[in-house]
Each structure stands twice: as C-alpha cells, then as structure tokens.
Ligand binder design. Sequence first.
Ligand code: SF4
Length: 97
Amino acid sequence: MTTVEMVRVAGCDMTSCSYNKENQCHTPGISVGPHAECNTFNYRGNSSGGLQEVIGGVGACIASSCQYNEMLECKAPNIDVGDDQTHADCETYKPRA
Ligand code: SF4
C-alpha cells in the first residue's frame, strides 16, 4: 500500500465554519465539490468542531475542470479556501486551458 501525502489547506477565510479557528481549517479531510466549493463547510452557530492539533487537508475533490485535479484528487501544492458569502470556495481552483 502507498501512503499519499495529503494536500494542506494553507488558509481558510470562512470564519463562520465550525472547523475554522483563526483562519485555519482544523478537520483532517475536506470534500471539495464539482464547482470547487468546500462541501465540509458547516455553519458554526453553537457547534464548534475540529481538532486544534490538526491542520486541514483535502480529502477528495471532484472539480474535474481544475488543472490541479487528477483522477478526482487534488494535486496542488496546497490550497486556500475563501469566503464566498453563503459558501466556501477553493481559491486555488484553476480552469484547464
Ligand atoms: S486546487 Fe483544484 S483540484 Fe485542488 S481542491 Fe481546489 S479545485 Fe480541487
């Protein structure tokens, strides 16, 4: 079996998310959707989550139109996630030429 290094979430501006602390994601593997949206976003309300010692990573990404996507996995050096009003978006997304 091969161990694969997970792509890190370098920063995340979605501070209303349960997993966000000080602009950093703290859940091990986010899921990125077909339009490069972070599907793991969960509105915090009263439910804070995540593990302080964990820096977020990309579990899977199905944005196949992204240059960094291979076999529905992210191959970017790392990603940034941004606040797009009602949802969180992968800001590293780069459409294929
Ligand atoms: S950089 Fe591309 S492949 Fe990686 S998580 Fe973002 S949208 Fe998906």
